[in-house]
Ligand binder design. Structure first.
Ligand SMILES: Cc1cc2nc3c(=O)[nH]c(=O)nc-3n(C[C@H](O)[C@H](O)[C@H](O)COP(=O)(O)O)c2cc1C
Length: 393
């Protein structure tokens, strides 16, 4: 067991994730670093025929998209972040030129002009993490949450830049601190696939009075679509298998024509491992009761596991951050697929690891790494749209 959890997280979410209680979160609002005046991201459109697609991809993956008046945590972007603290910074690399990106103002740091397009032979985004933006009470869990979030953002960039973007994970980041890199092929990227994926509004759920799913049965087709569309696309770190690979199990409840129980995702699709009320066992493993978070009533609880000790033995200390980022990336694709299917998808880490592992019948050596609560929202969201009306979506 990784044993990272969880008094810190329990304390941090002690108000319950959905209660409209104001809790000081000690993070810069609306999150992220502020690089000064800088240069408008839109100027990248002049970077040859590839420029406009790059601007679209960066804005779609990084920019704030909505503000929820009921929510103590804002803003909301294409990827989730614990408490909207935004623990990951993105630096744009144009050849050898590097500039921190301000995702709120969509501005690149530095007053110097952009390099001449003819001198730019490669373009990428480098991700660094800033776990200290979470309150100190999170303890060591801050690092785990930051790496999970970095995986989400790497995957969001891959989705938004598809098919021209490829992400590579770099563990704890070494001397540079760069934990992941996303490279963009410099051809005019058709953003065809990305629209479907990042176009739908992703949400961890409207939860002003506790988090729960619509209790009516979910059509089997919705589950089928979630699983099919949640597969990692080419270029995603989650698409690579091998040592450090994840196993995904789904506790399913209330899906038409589908027995309640525990399913494992295999190449050919989900395989029933055990019938029964698995979401109820997961409720018992969760840090909050059903009045705060109704885990037992979710249509799907998606549990990702990895053999962390074996990975660290094989890969050294960078193995664990890479497992976390891979899990974050896999989860991001599920979040996007859920949005496309009209579902919310809330990533959580506030659970007792051993109890979750027992509920999903994890094998010895397998550790739970991440959990996603998925269901149909009871009501549509009400929020302010922060997207640029001139930006095609
Ligand atoms: C790594 C990670 C861990 C999270 N852990 C929890 C959690 O334990 N409990 C919870 O209610 N929400 C958790 N969240 C969800 C965030 O609170 C949520 O993403 C944030 O409020 C923003 O909402 P949005 O995803 O709808 O934009 C987590 C999110 C991430 C990325």
């Amino acid at each position: 067991m990784t044993n990272l959890v969880d008094t810190a997280l329990a304390a941090a979410y002690a108000h319950g994730p959905g209660k409209s209680v104001r809790v000081p979160n000690g993070t810069p609002s609306p999150g992220g670093a502020r690089p000064g005046r800088g240069i408008d991201l839109a100027e990248l459109a002049d970077l040859g025929p590839f420029g406009p697609a790059l601007v679209r991809a960066l804005s779609a993956a990084l920019a704030p998209q909505r503000w929820e008046p009921w929510n103590p945590y804002n803003d909301h972007r294409a990827y989730p972040s614990p408490r909207c603290a935004y623990l990951t910074d993105a630096t744009l690399r144009l050849g050898e030129d590097r500039r921190l990106l301000d995702p709120v103002r969509l501005v690149l740091a530095g007053e110097r002009p952009l390099p001449d397009p003819s001198s730019v032979d490669s373009v990428g985004v480098e991700l660094t993490v800033a776990p200290h933006r979470l309150p100190a009470g999170y303890g060591a869990l801050r690092d785990a949450l930051a790496f999970l979030e970095a995986g989400h953002l790497a995957a969001a960039l891959v989705e938004a830049g598809a098919p021209a973007a490829t992400a590579v994970l770099r563990g704890a980041g070494g001397a540079s601190g760069v934990v992941a890199q996303v490279a963009f092929r410099m051809d005019p990227a058709p953003a065809g696939r990305s629209r479907g994926r990042v176009g739908a509004v992703r949400s961890s759920a409207l939860a002003p009075r506790g988090l729960s799913a619509d209790p009516r049965p979910l059509p089997a087709e919705v589950l089928r679509r979630l699983i099919a569309d949640g597969r990692p696309p080419a270029g995603s770190p989650a698409a690579r298998s091998g040592p450090g690979g994840l196993r995904h199990r789904l506790a399913v409840r209330g899906v038409t024509g589908c027995a309640d129980g525990l399913y494992e995702l295999r190449e050919g699709g989900p395989v029933l491992r055990a019938a029964g009320p698995i979401t109820e066992y997961l409720q018992a493993a969760f840090g909050f009761g059903p009045a705060d978070v109704d885990v037992s009533g979710m249509n799907v609880v998606w549990v990702s596991t990895a053999e962390v000790a074996a990975v660290v033995r094989d890969r050294g200390p960078d193995g664990y951050p890479n497992v976390l980022m891979t899990a974050g990336a896999a989860a991001q694709h599920v979040c996007s697929a859920a949005a496309g299917a009209g579902l919310f998808c809330r990533p959580v880490r506030s659970y007792a690891e051993g109890a979750v592992e027992a509920a999903v019948r994890a094998e010895p050596g397998e550790d739970v790494v991440y959990m996603l609560l998925i269901g149909r929202p009871r009501v549509p969201d009400f929020c302010y749209d922060l997207t640029d009306p001139e930006q095609p979506r």
